[in-house]
Design a protein around this ligand. Structure first.
Ligand SMILES: [Zn+2]
Length: 59
């Protein structure tokens, strides 16, 4: 069974902002933008990936 396509990931920020996608790079970009805009912080892709958790399946 091909599971890659359904492999959702999510990141939740301390402030409650949450993003979810099956595209890790998209989550990384969105999280970096959010953290920069909202918290005036820079976050590396590695840090964002460290925050990633399995997302919820939506069927
Ligand atoms: Zn935040």
């Amino acid at each position: 069974m091909p599971s890659n396509m359904m492999d959702m990931k999510m990141v939740q920020c301390d402030c409650g902002f949450m993003m979810q996608s099956h595209n890790e790079n998209e989550i990384v970009k969105m999280t970096q933008m959010h953290v920069k805009d909202t918290h005036q912080q820079d976050m590396s892709a590695r840090e964002v990936k460290g925050m990633m958790k399995p997302g919820m399946m939506m069927k």
